[in-house]
Every structure is written in C-alpha cells, then in structure tokens.
Design a protein around this ligand. Structure first.
Ligand code: IVH
Length: 691
C-alpha cells in the first residue's frame, strides 16, 4: 500500500484542532510526544530549507509547531537547546564571547588569472614530486561570512565566526535561527565530534528585498549580500538574526572524531547525509588543471544567474594524504587556492541623472554614467533608488563614484569620491510631477518612494507589459522594451490581455518588423499561453509578489479564481506571507478591472498550469526504480517521496517501469533500463520532477 511521508514523521494527532487546546498528558507521555514532534518538525525543515522541497503544507507544519510550543510551555523542564522552538531567537546577549577554534581557520591565496592558477598547479605537482595530474575539487567561492559549526554526538552545541583564524566570536544562538542549519545531525554513523565549516549567505533576491524594507523604515541599506549576512550574524539580539533571510553553504570540516574521511570529495558527499547543506550541483571533481579551467569558465558564465554571490572558485587538492604532505605556510594552505572573478566594483563618472517610472508608478532616479566594466559586463546605468539614498550618499551629476553590481541586478552607486567633485555642482532633487505623464507624484509619509498617481500613466502600462513578457515571468521572446514601446505607441496593446489579440498583419505594418520576426513573436506569444501558475502570478506584477512569493502561492492554490476571495488574515496564515504582501494581493484581486483582465486572459486561451498538476503529471501513477546512491535522499526516503506524490516505487526494472533514477555508480539496472528503452533520470532530473 501507499506509505506516506507524513506518517513516518508524525502527523498532528486528531485532537490537535484549535491552537489553544489544552492536552492532558503525564510527563512521560509528553516527553515522548515532544520527541516525536521535534523529529517531525526538523525533518520538514530539512525538506523545506535544505532540499528546497517541502512535503507537507504550511498549515500542517504550523500545527505541528504550535503543538510542540504548547507542550513545552506546559512542561518547561523538557525544553532542550536543540528543540526547533529554540530557532526563534533568545534573550539578547551582553557580548559575543570569544571562541577558540580547535583547528585554526585558514584563509586562501588568490589567483587573479589563468597563468597564476596554472602556476599553483605546477607548485602542487612539484611539492608532491609527481608528474601525474592532480585530482582537484572545484567549488564556488561563496561570498558571505565564514563560520564554524560544532556538533557533539550529533547535537549542535556551538558556532563561531572565523575571527582572526585562531579565535572567533561565539554566535551559537544566532546560528540556531538559520533553518538550514540542523540542530541535530540526521542519518547514520554520527561522529562523536564534527566541526563543519561553511559560509553564511544571503540570496541576492532576499538581500534586495531586505534593503527595500529597510529603506521604508529609514534604516540604512546594506552595501552587499556579504555585509548583510555578516551584520546579521554578529548581533547581540538573536531575534534580529531570526528576522533575516540567512542561509548556509558548507564546504569543509575541521576536527572530526569517530568518523574517517579521506578526501575533500568524501566530505562534500558525507555532509549532506548528515543533513548539512552543500550545493552539490555546483561542485565538481576535476582531473588536472584543464578540467578546472573548464569549470571556472562555466561558473563564471553562470555567475549572474546564481542565487548567491560568488567571487571566484576555490580549487582544492582532493586527497587528504596529499593535503597533509603539502601543509600550510603561515595563514594559507598550499593545497588550495581561490581563483577569483573580476571584481564587482568599479569607478566611473555620472553624466546625468534621469527619473524613470516603474510598473507601480515608482519614480526611480537612474544615473547615466561613462561606460565601465564591472564583473565582466559593461554598464552605463546605475540605480540611485530614491531621494533619501541620493541625499544620504550625496550623489550629484558630474560626480566620480564607486559602483557595484550583485547578481544580475542593476548596478548601484556605493559611494561618491568627494575629492573629485566638480565645482558648482548642485544637489539633485526628484521632480514632484511624473516625468512621463505630468501627473502628480505622491510620497506616502512612511515610504521612501514617490509614485505617479495615474494608473493609466503610459510609462506604468508599458512597464507592466514588459514585466509580464520578461524572461523570469512569461518569457515571451521578442517582446522586449523596444517592441512594447512600439506596440503601445501604435495603440496595439494597452494591457497584457491585448498581447493575445495581436495579429500578424498589424505587426508587419510596424516599421522594422519583418514577416519572419512577426511570426516568431506570435509563436512565442502562443507558447506563453501554457503558463506555469507561479510564473503567471509573478508576471502580473502585483506589488510585493516576487518570484518567491509567487511560488509560495502557487504551491497553495491551483487556479487564479481561488485567490479572489481569500482574506488578508487567511493569506497571512501561509508561512512567508506577511501583512504587507497579504494586503497587496487582496487589494489587487479586489479591483474589478483586474478580475476582468484575468477573465479576458483566460478567454483568450491563457491556460494556467498549476504546480500541483505539473507535479502529479510527472509522478502520479508512474513506476520508479532507483539505482545507485542518491545524495539528497536515502533510497527509502526517495521511495517514500514518490509514493507520497501518488507514484509507485519498484525494486527491479521491467517493461512496466516508467523511470529509472540513477545515482552515482552505474549498475545492472541501468543497463537493463537502456535495453528496455526506459527513461533514465539523473538525481538532478528527479529532483526537478518532484519539485
Ligand atoms: S575553503 C583552508 N571553500 O573564502 C580552506 N572557503 O579566503 C579555507 N570561502 O574564509 C576555506 N567559499 O570564508 C573554502 N568553497 C569554499 C569557500 C570558501 C567561500 C571563503 C571562506 C574563507 C575564505 C578564504
């Protein structure tokens, strides 16, 4: 029969209905129940935050959590430091006590170009007195704050920053608030002592969101995701840390007792089995320097689209016996090097300041600059955010400035070099009227941004259409800024539904639009009618509904109409949806024009493919066979996952098998699958399918 994952981890008992219901248990019963709830909650945290793959609804999760909180309130002496309830932050500390590392945390030498990297490889070979190619592990160099996590008998007991390498600051309480850090290790063969090293990070998208929120309440923005992560960890008040969207990526170990590891690759394979987060999709085992160079180019090419900032790749000699032979000099090991990317900052001059109008009417000042290369891309515009930012940084036309970009975000001005300011320059003030339509621009008291009040302002309308068609939204190729502008000016499109009423004849009438490209555009529009629900929700451009919130909503609802009558309170019950977001969604769907627009879109053939359906399409009713070992799941977990999604897990390959999921090693099942023509999935494919 079908086993469900929920059963294994404890579904809330039937008697847990209301949040405040008292329960009558004696202490022994309570202890057992508390233990069961903790295990379940941490298991769900692992799926949600480490594997990015939740298996129960938020409401169910909340029920478990509240139940645990209640029991711990009733039996305070049963609270332990590794309880998931302890992740919300504790009383502020008086200071961050020093923490002496058992093994010093070294830093890395840099290679700034290919030549320097190849010299490193030569040095390694020479030192090891070998001519054979060295086996390297290549990893992204995550740009955050390096920390150490200490586990004793599998329990997280302490965590500290790197500090000077010998002594750091103890930040245990703060680290506990990071959901992707396990409070207890999972899996088998738990070591007596495990020191894990890794980087605390903030996603570029979360960093931007955090900065926007800070701007609104008049707090200074963080300069970059690294500063934001570091500032959030080095807090005396762990409640502040708890409110920051932090994540971790582990890349190594310090002292380990009671478990034997022989190579860096083994480390990176073992840590996830204990529930620790390693971005395995981004690491690679390389034979010799040529493969490392290939890896370097690949990561560099993806740099802007990665979720986290990276400033290079780290290359490590894989074998620990070789690492020991190589040893370290002063502060850095001979067995590793940081092969850096181009810096993300550059200096240039501001030629002019323009004011743009966004899809929500926000007036955004933009600096036009002398073109300059930053992180491998030539840029000539930087955002100045708003008037407060301009004033705080004292930016003026003609200034020489340091600019910076993170991920694929628009560059921003970090700092003005005042010594180079030309004489007679004046303070820049954003106009009080919309530069596009001349309507009044309003700035609500508690906001940093002025907005054009005219919702049919051409600039807003064009931006909404452009956003709808943009790559991360519905990705309609050919409907970029220029074409939207043309189509709007010609009166062909006035809203997003008009996109689906475009005809080839009309398009060809536009100058510069050849028949071929007109047809391509129409094809792209046609294709976009099959719209994944989450992308569609993001594409609507509802304020505060970014890609992440859109995904959260799409997991919860499967049809657009289901959102119409949900109240703010109901939205807020969903984890990760706060009052502001809830208010904005309710406001959006409360407007008649917006509902009409949805109706028109559906009538014109836009078909929303819900995430729930999509998932089921891939798994339900299908038979899976697993072979080899997976990194993210044990065999049993993977099988349970399949069954919980309505699929079937079998142990041997036959004609009835739909998919063979092949982990690491190649086996006879794989050969058989190929012979029978059964589709073979990699772990990555499988992971996408279940997501
Ligand atoms: S290995 C001796 N691996 O870079 C080994 N470090 O300059 C040293 N970092 O303090 C660390 N990603 O904060 C290593 N994949 C990675 C890394 C990484 C980022 C940081 C870490 C370290 C600094 C060294």
């Amino acid at each position: 029969g079908a086993r469900t994952v929920e059963h294994a981890w404890g579904k809330p008992h039937d008697r847990t209905h209301g949040a405040k219901q008292e329960c009558f248990m004696n202490k022994t019963e309570a202890k057992k129940e508390i233990e069961r709830l903790r295990k379940g909650i941490e298991e769900h945290n692992h799926h949600y935050y480490v594997l990015d793959n939740p298996v129960i609804s938020d409401a169910e999760y909340d029920k478990l959590f509240r139940k645990l909180q209640q029991l711990e309130e009733q039996f305070p002496d049963l609270v332990t430091s590794d309880s998931p309830t302890q992740r919300v932050g504790a009383k502020p500390a008086a200071d961050l006590p020093p923490y002496k590392h058992r093994q010093s945390m070294l830093s890395l030498d840099n290679a700034m170009n290919e030549e320097e990297f190849l010299e490193f490889d030569k040095r390694v070979k020479k030192f090891l007195e070998t001519r054979e190619e060295i086996e390297y592990v290549a990893e992204p160099k995550w740009d955050g704050l390096s920390i150490e996590l200490v586990y004793e008998k599998g329990i997280f007991v302490a965590g500290a920053t790197r500090g000077d390498g010998e002594t750091g600051e103890e930040v245990t309480q703060n680290l506990k608030t990071i959901r992707s850090i396990p409070l207890r290790l999972r899996g088998d063969n738990i070591p007596d002592l495990l020191e894990v090293r890794g980087e605390v990070l903030m996603r570029v998208a979360d960093f931007q969101k955090l900065n926007r929120e800070r701007e609104k309440i008049g707090e200074p923005a963080f300069a970059n995701p690294r500063n934001a992560a570091a500032g959030s960890i080095r807090q005396l008040d762990s409640k502040i840390t708890a409110s920051r969207p932090l994540d971790i990526c582990c890349y190594g170990v310090g002292e380990v007792e009671g478990f034997h590891l022989e190579s860096q690759w083994e480390v990176l394979e073992q840590l996830p089995r204990w529930g620790l987060k390693v971005h395995q999709e981004w690491i690679q085992l390389c034979q010799g320097p040529e493969e490392v160079l290939k890896y370097y180019r690949k990561v560099k090419g993806m740099r802007d689209s990665l979720e986290y900032e990276t400033d290079g790749v780290v290359v490590k000699v894989n074998r620990f016996d070789q690492q020991r032979t190589l040893g370290a000099k002063e502060r850095s090991p001979r067995w590793a090097i940081a092969y850096k990317f181009e810096p993300r900052q550059a200096t240039t001059r501001i030629l002019d300041i323009l004011v743009g109008v966004g899809r929500t009417g926000a007036l955004t000042p933009v600096a036009l600059m002398e073109p300059v290369e930053v992180g491998g891309v030539t840029v000539s515009r930087a955002t100045l955010h708003n008037q407060d930012e301009i004033d705080r940084k004292e930016v003026r036309i003609g200034d020489t400035v340091v600019i910076q970009r993170a991920g694929d975000v628009i560059p921003e001005v970090v700092q003005v070099i005042l010594e180079k300011r030309p004489k007679n320059s004046k303070r820049f003030v954003i106009p009080h009227r919309c530069p596009e339509c001349g309507s009044e621009a309003e700035r609500p008291e508690d906001e940093a941004i002025s907005r054009c009040v005219n919702i049919s302002c051409p600039a807003q309308v064009k931006e909404r259409i452009r956003h709808y068609a943009s790559r991360d939204a519905l990705d309609i190729e050919g409907l970029g800024e220029k074409h939207v502008e043309q189509l709007y000016e010609e009166g062909f499109i006035k809203d997003i539904a008009d996109i689906y009423e475009l005809k080839e004849k009309k398009l060809v009438e536009l100058d510069r639009m050849a028949e071929k490209s007109a047809q391509n555009l129409l094809d792209a529009i046609e294709k976009s009618k099959q719209a994944p629900f989450d992308r569609f929700l993001f594409a609507l451009g509802i304020r505060h509904v970014g890609e992440h919130v859109a995904r959260v909503l799409a997991r919860r609802f499967s049809r657009i109409e289901e959102l119409y009558d949900v109240t703010e309170e109901e939205f807020q019950k969903i984890r990760e949806i706060g009052p502001e977001v809830a208010n904005s969604i309710v406001h959006f769907f409360g407007q008649r024009e917006n509902r009409k627009l949805m109706e028109r879109l559906l009538k014109l053939g836009v078909e929303l493919v819900s995430q729930k359906q999509a998932e089921k399409k891939g798994i339900a009713g299908k038979t899976f066979v697993f072979t080899g070992s997976l990194n993210r799941w044990s065999r049993r977990e993977a099988e349970e996952l399949v069954e919980s999604l309505g699929g079937h897990a079998a142990s041997s390959v036959s004609k009835k098998t739909d998919y063979v999921v092949a982990g690491g090693e190649v086996g006879s099942k794989l050969e058989k699958a190929k012979k029978l023509g059964v589709q073979v999935l990699s772990e990555e494919d499988f992971s996408k399918l279940v997501r």
